[in-house]
Design a binder for this molecule. Structure first.
Ligand code: SF4
Length: 719
């Protein structure tokens, strides 16, 4: 910490950016946050913070904080009182409900609320409004990992913990870049490599920082994850690097996997992925021969071709080699946002609380009883956000309430998304104004953010961490839980929403969690602070929490939300192995669009920069969008470093400076997704990567495929 900064109080909290979940203290002076300090006792980060966490306090007092509700009057959002804003919203909701029914209302939220807020919002949307149109932006980052996890193990939740990263002899980083996305986890990986000599394999088309230091880099062609994994599994079976006991006693489906991967010898792997056959063999042997191995996978899996299938195949790789349920052995999905896992825990979007399946009548009944509601009220399915956009376009969805997310930058195929946003009654609840999506809003509600409210975040390793309120929200901005409570009250549901504080919400959820895979019934806020977070399940007050799942090699295949796949023809209590053939992506480079387009993130920014563009220290090093291309492509197209060029796809174009880089293979370009259209009327400020991306969803997870489409580069003036 900065010894020059005096504070009145240090408030125990947890970083609100990424899902690593670093512990920290917020320094408060005269009612304002003035600094943060890493929490030395936190087992997650041992006092260290990354650049985003260090400056987190700065965005609380920004002049562009939204401080008043606003209603669109004569084409402009004008400040109004809370009473006027909420009456306007509730009247509109009731009018639509009476005219068209609850399905004409949609809610699209975020991975950055608190667990308690997701719980309240899920109850409000599904129990009170009664709409199936509820989704969150976690759809864009980890829906495929969720589905893949459920497919393999029968229920949601990462099997491992950070200690498995420390204790693995080999670490497979598959389609992830923790150096940019999960900086403190990356520090831990670097430390292990230095001190313990952990071997690192990186599967990524780009030579990212992890790829640069890896023992083996597998620079696969975009869209070929399945081909690579099948070839690796082929080698593992051929060399008999298998855990026979795990396969025979605890899984089903091995013979189908064995038969399928016969068609994927390393030579075919090379043909499909572009990686030399001997490198594939080397990687498979390194992973297979190690007694302990952990995999970290991210958006290169979840936002890519065959995303759910790939996640299930990574789990298959771990199951057949027995690398699960013991120290240093786990497939771990790297979620992005601080509380994406909390949303999954309490059923904030596609599921019901405690990983209950809305399609299961018994699960719906349990929730209805807890909520004291008619079971008929709770929808048996939910729609994803892209489906909601379609419903707007076909006149079936009239009101969309967007909370803490920015679809006018983040959804694929922006042209059609923006048209949909124009054609719906749009309520935007956010902490900053202006924000791109609010340009389409009819009503704006100012919420509160990290530091201004109390609640919990569940991180990557299932650790439930407490984040305390340190300061008041600015102006008339209000905690989101309070906003949900007031809207519920306006809709006549005061009784089920009368909590006096967030811990009362947590306590209500705890009852529903009892006996579920993510049982939190032994947790209290006091324990969470004293014990530096607790990993679920934690079924009673003396239980220390659970580092890793499936230690007894018993899988919850019949009790989770997996039923939506109808795949219960396997024996109860066993994990399922998946045999998956490679299929090529729906769009590949051709004569008109000869380059692969990949989109992703950079260290300085987070999401659509709603927060990070307001931190000068971050903007100074990453002020605007860019396109990275290989020197050979730059030479062929006569493009110089820094030259502003157009990237064009079948959907649209952007205009950004060129960065010439050898981190990509020839024929591939990379565009960061953080940047919106800084001013849509200026061509050189049109920078949203999602003008280019394809509106194509994984068939199982409905997650958009941001990683794999085709584009071309044009010199400006020749376009
Ligand atoms: Fe926050 Fe993630 Fe950085 Fe930790 S690594 S300080 S949780 S942004």
């Amino acid at each position: 910490s900065n010894p020059m900064i005096e504070v009145d109080e240090w408030v125990y909290s947890t970083c609100g950016y990424c899902s690593v979940g670093c512990g920290l203290y917020i320094g408060v002076k005269d009612g304002q946050a003035v600094t943060v300090e890493g929490n030395q006792d936190s087992p997650v980060n041992r006092g260290r913070l990354c650049v985003k966490g260090l400056y987190e306090w700065k965005f609380l007092q920004h002049p562009e904080r939204a401080t008043s509700p606003m209603i669109r009057k004569k084409d402009k959002l004008e400040p109004v009182s809370w009473e006027e804003a909420l009456t306007f919203m509730i009247n509109k909701m009731e009018e639509i409900r009476n005219e068209k029914g609850p399905k004409a209302i949609g809610v699209y939220h975020t991975g950055q609320l608190l667990l308690e807020e997701y719980y309240a919002l899920g109850k409000l949307a599904k129990g009170v409004i009664g709409t199936p149109n509820v989704d969150s932006n976690t759809r864009l980052c980890m829906a495929s990992a969720v589905k893949g996890t459920i497919r393999s193990f029968g229920t949601d939740g990462s099997p491992g913990c950070y200690e498995d990263v420390d204790e693995g002899e080999v670490l497979l980083i598959f389609g992830a870049n923790p150096a940019e996305m999960h900086p403190q986890l990356w520090q831990r990986i670097l430390h292990n490599r230095e001190v313990k000599g952990t071997k690192i394999i990186v599967a990524d088309p780009r030579t990212t920082l992890p790829a640069q230091i890896a023992d083996i880099h597998l620079p696969l062609r975009p869209g070929t994850n399945i081909a690579l994994l099948n070839a690796m599994i082929h080698v593992l079976i051929r060399e008999n690097l298998l855990d026979e006991e795990m396969i025979d006693e605890h899984t089903v489906g091995f013979s189908a996997v064995k038969a399928l991967v016969e068609d994927y010898p390393p030579g075919r792997g090379e043909e499909l992925t572009g990686i030399p056959a001997e490198t594939i063999v080397e990687a498979a042997l390194l992973f297979g021969k190690a007694a302990r191995g952990t995999t970290l996978y991210g958006q290169g899996v979840n936002q890519s071709m065959s995303a759910t299938d790939t996640a299930a195949l990574i789990n298959t790789l771990h199951l057949i080699t027995g690398k699960l349920g013991k120290p240093g052995c786990a497939p771990i999905s790297l979620t992005g946002q601080a509380s994406a896992m909390s949303n999954r825990d309490v059923g904030g979007s596609f599921s019901l609380p405690g990983f209950r399946n809305p399609a299961n009548p018994q699960h719906r009944l349990e929730v209805a009883e807890a909520w004291k509601l008619d079971v008929e009220k709770i929808p048996a399915y939910t729609h994803d956000i892209m489906k909601m956009m379609e419903l707007i376009d076909t006149g079936k969805l009239d009101l969309l309430w967007v909370i803490g997310t920015n679809p006018a930058v983040s959804l694929p195929d922006q042209k059609s998304v923006r048209k949909s946003l124009e054609n719906v009654f749009l309520v935007v609840q956010d902490v900053y104004y202006p924000v791109e999506t609010a340009a389409y809003a009819d009503l704006f509600l100012p919420g509160a953010q990290w530091g201004e409210k109390t609640g919990t975040y569940t991180n990557i390793e299932r650790r439930v961490n407490l984040a305390n309120q340190a300061v008041e929200p600015p102006g008339k901005a209000k905690g989101d839980l309070k906003i949900f409570q007031e809207i519920a009250k306006g809709l006549g549901a005061e009784e089920g929403f009368s909590w006096l504080n967030p811990e009362e919400v947590f306590n209500e959820w705890k009852v529903l969690s009892k006996g579920r895979p993510n049982d939190m019934s032994g947790m209290t806020y006091e324990r969470l602070e004293k014990e530096q977070g607790i990993c679920w399940p934690c079924p009673d007050i003396h239980h220390p929490g659970t580092k890793r799942l499936y230690t007894a090699r018993v899988f919850n295949t019949s009790k989770g939300i997996a039923q939506e796949y109808g795949d219960f023809n396997h024996e109860e209590g066993r994990a399922r192995l998946w045999a998956i053939p490679y299929t090529p992506p729906p769009e590949s480079p051709d004569e008109d669009f000869p380059l692969w387009l990949n989109t992703g993130s950079i260290l300085e920014h987070y999401h659509t920069r709603t927060k990070t563009k307001r931190i000068p220290e971050l903007v100074i090093t990453a002020p605007e969008g860019f396109v990275e291309l290989h020197p050979l492509d730059a030479e062929r197209l006569d493009i110089r470093e820094g030259e502003r060029i157009r990237v064009v796809s079948r959907r649209g174009w952007i205009q950004v400076p060129a960065h010439i880089s050898t981190t990509l293979s020839p024929g591939q370009v990379f565009v960061p997704y953080h940047f919106g259209d800084l001013d849509p009327s200026e061509a050189h400020l049109k920078q949203a990567a999602n003008h280019l991306t394809l509106n194509w969803k994984d068939p199982f997870s409905k997650q958009p495929m941001y990683k794999t489409s085709a584009c071309r580069i044009e010199k400006v003036g020749l376009a």
